[in-house]
Design a protein around this ligand. Structure first.
Ligand code: HEM
Length: 231
């Protein structure tokens, strides 16, 4: 497992399988489960997805769709890319950057959908705690992407500067990711209350989506903490 790299990295193992591999496998399963639950909720229980329909519920639905699948899940995969992609460090870096690009693009589209929805339905903006945490999360995410692009991708940056900034990049990145998890949880609570859900299948789907998103966040945190196995 450690072949092909000069640096030797420790790897915790259970029954011969590195813990980081088990964790990333589990996290991919969570990705699929969350995406499935969300799609069942939005397509079966709600009215579906559309930017242009006169049914504004479809416009609203694009918000959780892009925020959870596009932002939280894809940026989680981007964070794991250094562990999950069996390729050179350079390729993993490109993949990491590409997935974050999709995450950032999705978060912007998701915000556009909710602002448009609120304007079209005559509501004021940024009144709730959810909206405050949410807008801060996406703003910081965009800032981190821009700075990281300049430091780690732009050819001009010196290696010593990259090495010095790398731990801060990880800390700042995981903090924003967890802010995304908090935004999701508060958003799900908001919609649960708005829809007046109490018992029943839809309430269970919304709550289980929230629980699995929390688990996804914890798993990503553990993947970052555990030593890498693809070395
Ligand atoms: C990373 C995830 C998320 C972020 C960054 C985020 C961000 C935001 C922002 C900035 C607003 C304010 C829009 C405005 O005031 O015009 C908003 C509104 C809203 N979001 Fe989210 N959101 C996220 C996930 C979710 C999820 C998963 C749901 C669940 C369906 C949701 C439900 C809502 C609702 C109901 C509103 C309108 C009421 C309010 O402003 O709180 N959000 N969101």
């Amino acid at each position: 497992m450690d072949k092909g790299n000069n640096r030797s990295r420790a790897s915790y193992r259970t029954a011969g399988v590195p813990v980081s591999s088990l964790l990333t496998f589990f996290t991919h399963l969570l990705f699929i489960a969350i995406a499935t639950l969300l799609l069942v909720w939005l397509l079966h229980f709600r009215d579906g997805l559309s930017f242009t329909s006169t049914n504004k519920v479809k416009l609203f639905n694009l918000h959780p769709f892009f925020m959870i699948i596009g932002f939280v899940l894809i940026s989680g995969e981007a964070i794991m890319a250094f562990t999950t992609i069996p390729a050179t460090r350079r390729r993993r870096k490109y993949f990491h950057m590409f997935l974050h690009f999709i995450g950032l693009g999705s978060s912007i589209v998701g915000l556009f959908a909710i602002f448009k929805f609120r304007h079209d339905t005559g509501n004021s903006d940024l009144l709730t705690l959810h909206s405050w945490i949410g807008i801060s999360t996406v703003s910081l995410y965009a800032l981190l992407y821009f700075i990281s692009f300049l430091v780690f991708f732009f050819p001009g940056a010196q290696n010593w500067r990259r090495a010095r900034l790398a731990p801060w990049h990880v800390l700042y990145g995981i903090t924003i990711f967890f802010m995304g998890i908090v935004s999701t949880e508060t958003g799900l609570v908001d919609i649960f209350m708005d829809l007046g859900l109490q018992k029943g299948q839809e309430a269970l789907i919304v709550n289980f989506t929230g629980l699995l998103v929390l688990l996804f966040g914890i798993s990503i945190g553990l993947v970052v903490l555990f030593p890498v196995s693809y070395y």
